[in-house]
Design a protein around this ligand. Structure first.
Ligand code: ZN
Length: 612
């Protein structure tokens, strides 16, 4: 297989390219000859700078080997017309060369990284990009779109997506965004520095991309569509599965199947710690069964490496299908037997023939996480069947009593240290956690407790087969070691996860009705205030009341208002997406408050009760 490699700044070589230390022995990963040969004289575009003083984090050997695949971005040829832009960004981009234009499936996450893909395509062909298909709405498949559709070409490039595309885009900018961001930042290790930033097993998380874009689809597709674009025949299937707007693309003449994010070569991700409203395990199983009916010679996943050969593809699909089916059924079986969530998570394990399959290793999520997620989603809800869950002691109360039972702070931490020394890592972390939870800043043992818990987390991370578990643990270590306050840092990153383009897709009413979670209910506990809002560009008038820690949206212009403001929807969107501040917009005259200086102060007071 020949590769078209992308030139980048700096320099790299095979000998300098070792980024991880394995836990077991010091065997070097088996790298393909092609990579070693071609990589010389080309730099690695890599997020974790390997220096002589930074030998890389200690990782589980299997995980370290797995992540090596993402070291080098490449445009991998699949057939004469089709190539796969691999490891430029978190997700793959499929490049299809038609008779008189190029068609892309997906666009990557960041505009800067997508520009590198565009440059790689330009080395191959000078045909223009004429169409883009969003396989689904996740950020890592849509965010790079403006690299391929500059403003002057907007409208010329057809953008296809499922007719169900809007729900997720609206969810992305809803009040759920901060929650999604907290979990995603930890999962992807976005706050980890240097060689500890191993990214996700789904692909590299490269740091030099910052810009997220979105262009809504120009054409939406139903359950099944046959298309011919630039002379290339395509069949596009709607497959609500990993997300509820997922599309699978089949190129019958090339015998190439794009599986989107239905599966990749890791254990199933039918549920996730960040919770995906639009994910369905039944949909995943059905999507895989549908793909198994297509006579594919090449399978391209949305993440990870392409697969060739009909038998290999069949086996790959079959194993993943069965793993999803097994986890679904056995979790429901646990529910049917009235087992608690934790009992189910401990009991349900993949059977040996699936657990040992190299394409079903827990590189991304852990199987126990998926079981907990399915338990909750498929019927268990928050209640796991133990009545004590309805009456629980607060975490601080429980911790205080456990410490007393163990003989005090010092004795609890001595037990934690003993557990740590003997490799009983979860128990060591749990014991130290009691002291962190129960103690205040004045307790002298707190520093030792945080240190012990951090050491246990580091050791657990170094043993973990899962890149996501590694990153979740080490993100908490940032808190424990006082490197940063993670909760306080994440809100500043929200602007990097959405663009204000996306807010304009949401009706004003929905945006304002969803403002409640931004309200600081404590600070506004004694406030009763009405704001009248007018958006002349949309000919909309409405209002918002803050009433003692609660909001109410008023669908019409309020007759009486404490303060009235006129602004464009774009101005509101800029504030909502964190790209502008109210005070600057007032000064620049982009928000006009009727009345005098005192009224402007009232407006500033009103918005100050909300997190923006
Ligand atoms: Zn993806």
């Amino acid at each position: 297989m020949s590769l078209s490699l992308v030139k980048a700044n700096g320099s790299g070589s095979c000998s300098a390219g070792r980024r991880f230390r394995w836990r077991e022995g010091e065997r070097k990963p088996a790298r393909s000859l092609w990579l070693c040969t071609l990589v010389v004289s080309f730099a690695l575009v890599f997020p974790f700078p390997a220096t002589s003083s930074d030998e890389g984090p200690v990782l589980d050997e299997g995980l370290g080997r797995f992540l090596e695949r993402y070291a080098q971005p490449a445009l991998i040829p699949i057939t004469e017309r089709v190539s796969l832009a691999f490891a430029f960004d978190l997700a793959n981009v499929v490049v299809i060369e038609g008779d008189d234009g190029v068609i892309l499936i997906d666009t990557g996450w960041k505009v800067e990284l997508a520009r590198e893909i565009r440059a790689a395509i330009a080395e191959k062909t000078d045909k223009p990009i004429v169409a883009i298909i969003y396989s689904h709405g996740h950020l890592d498949h849509t965010g790079g779109v403006r690299a391929f559709v500059p403003p002057e070409r907007e409208g010329e490039v057809e953008i296809y997506a499922s007719e169900h595309w809007r729900r997720y885009q609206v969810e992305r900018v809803s009040s759920r965004l901060p929650h999604i961001a907290h979990r995603l930042v930890a999962q992807a290790g976005l706050l980890l520095q240097g060689s500890e930033a191993i990214g996700m097993a789904a692909g590299p998380v490269r740091r030099h991309g910052k810009t997220i874009s979105y262009i809504p689809p120009t054409t939406t597709l139903g359950d099944y569509t046959e298309l011919v674009i630039a002379g290339v025949k395509m069949e596009i299937f709607y497959a609500p599965s990993e997300l509820d707007d997922e599309l699978i693309v089949w190129l019958p003449e090339e015998k190439v199947l794009y599986a989107a994010d239905v599966l990749t070569d890791v254990s199933p991700f039918a549920a996730t710690p960040r919770f995906e409203e639009g994910r369905s395990v039944d949909g995943l199983i059905q999507a895989i069964e549908m793909m198994m009916e297509l006579p594919a010679d090449h399978l391209l996943p949305g993440h990870s490496l392409p697969l060739a050969g009909s038998q290999k593809i069949h086996n790959f699909l079959q194993a993943n299908r069965d793993a999803n089916q097994y986890l679904r059924d056995q979790t429901i079986r646990q529910l049917a037997q009235n087992r608690t969530r934790e009992e189910a998570a401990a009991a349900v394990k993949l059977p040996p023939h699936l657990a040992d399959n190299p394409d079903l290793q827990e590189r991304y999520h852990r199987v126990s996480w998926v079981v907990r997620g399915l338990y909750t989603k498929l019927g268990g809800g928050w209640y796991s069947g133990d009545p004590l869950e309805m009456l629980r002691l607060s975490p601080q109360d429980e911790a205080t009593r456990m410490i007393a039972m163990a003989g005090g702070y010092g004795a609890t931490l001595d037990r934690s240290a003993t557990a740590l020394a003997s490799g009983d890592l979860v128990w060591a972390a749990q014991l130290a956690g009691y002291v962190v939870t129960a103690g205040s800043g004045e307790v002298p043992e707190i520093a030792r407790a945080r240190q012990l818990r951090a050491r246990a987390f580091r050791a657990l991370a170094s043993e973990s087969p899962s890149a996501n578990e590694y990153s979740y643990l080490l993100t908490e270590v940032l808190n424990l070691e006082g490197v940063m306050d993670v909760n306080a840092t994440v809100p500043g990153l929200l602007g990097g996860l959405v663009s204000s383009d996306m807010y304009s897709l949401v009706p004003t009413e929905d945006l304002l009705r969803d403002m409640g979670p931004r309200l600081d209910s404590e600070r506004s506990q004694d406030v009763v205030m009405t704001l009248g809002l007018s958006f002349p560009d949309r000919e909309e008038e409405c209002g918002l009341i803050v009433r003692r820690g609660v909001i109410q949206y008023l669908p019409e212009r309020p007759e009486k208002a404490d303060v009235r403001a006129r602004l464009s929807r774009a101005t509101l969107d800029a504030v909502m997406s964190g790209q502008a501040r109210w005070s600057d917009l007032l000064t620049a005259g982009r928000v006009k408050v009727s009345g005098d200086e005192a009224t402007r102060a009232d407006f500033e007071r009103f918005v100050s009760y909300f997190d923006f």
